[in-house]
Design a binder for this molecule. Structure first.
Ligand SMILES: [Zn+2]
Length: 297
């Protein structure tokens, strides 16, 4: 990831090389560089997304399922289907993630830990940083809790590329702050931090550097549906899932083709019976609770 210094140097090289000093577009773009250049947003977490990628993606998905002329009833049905399909995709990705075995390149304990905690996609990005980390050496540092690493092929790199990086460490929590800002921007530790962790002989990535969203257990605590049973640690989510399941069934029933007077009467009679059973069930639960309340035994 580019630092501000690298961005400024490389921009100047492009301007000079292609004689763009008086180009109106480039001048305007440079004036608002803090709005679009990644180097100026390195302290802000973006999960590797660019500009309006997230909202564009949501718009695209909505357009697949929903047409603007839909009635509100059809809209709700299709929207619920969209959410359900996304949850199925998540569940499938999670299943694949658990079944897929990850091949390590070096065999470091740190690498093994990353392969256990990260999803395959994030692990491949960690692995890229790990490979890059082999190109850095540790420089002597006079300050406590501060490290400096340098690229071993500094001479052969482009003139605008930074070759030395400073990493400050908060030993109390094990937090490594590198000036490249990759962790803050994306949530995966950079090659410079990995170099330091390996030199210090750490076998695990510090907890404060593991983002839950990149973890294999990121969905822990969320709702999973197996058959007619939902599992969750969160009662509010469980209630929402139960509500959705019932809603789907009712909407599917109402939207059935060929509903005449007889089928309508059958459905209505069953709805009434269901309603009566639910009232009786609630009543029996309330009675049981009241009998149990205040009983000294
Ligand atoms: Zn770094």
């Amino acid at each position: 990831m580019l630092t501000v210094e690298e961005f400024e140097k490389s921009w100047q090289i492009i301007i000079d090389k292609y004689c763009l000093k008086d180009d109106a577009f480039m001048t305007r773009a440079y004036e608002v560089r803090e709005m679009w250049a990644k180097a100026y947003c390195q302290k802000i977490f973006y999960a590797r997304m660019c500009s309006t990628q997230r909202s564009e993606c949501v718009n695209h998905m909505l357009k697949i399922y929903i047409v603007c002329k839909y009635s509100i009833n059809a809209f709700v049905t299709q929207y619920t289907k969209l959410i359900d399909d996304r949850e199925s995709c998540d569940a499938m990705a999670e299943k694949n993630s658990k079944q897929r075995s990850i091949k390590m390149q070096f065999g470091y304990l740190l690498e093994k830990h990353a392969s256990i905690i990260y999803t395959p996609r994030v692990y491949s990005l960690f692995e890229m940083e790990l490979v890059k980390s082999t190109k850095y050496i540790l420089l002597p540092s006079s300050e406590d809790n501060m490290f400096e690493v340098m690229h071993v092929e500094a001479e052969s790199r482009d003139a605008w590329r930074k070759v030395k990086y400073i990493i400050k460490v908060d030993e109390n929590i094990g937090y490594y702050n590198c000036e490249c800002g990759l962790y803050q921007h994306f949530g995966v530790i950079c090659s410079h931090i990995i170099r330091i962790l390996l030199i210090r002989g750490l076998s695990k990535i510090p907890d404060c550097h593991i983002m839950k969203r990149w973890n294999k257990k990121a969905r822990a605590g969320t709702v999973r549906i197996t058959g007619q049973t939902d599992f969750t640690e969160n009662e509010e989510e469980a209630r929402s899932v139960r509500h959705k399941m019932l809603y789907f069934d009712v909407v599917a029933l109402v939207n059935q083709e060929g509903i005449d007077d007889t089928t309508c009467a059958i459905a209505k009679s069953n709805f009434m019976r269901c309603k009566k059973e639910l009232v009786e069930h609630r009543l029996s639960r309330t009675t049981t609770c009241q009998i149990g309340h205040g009983n000294p035994s």
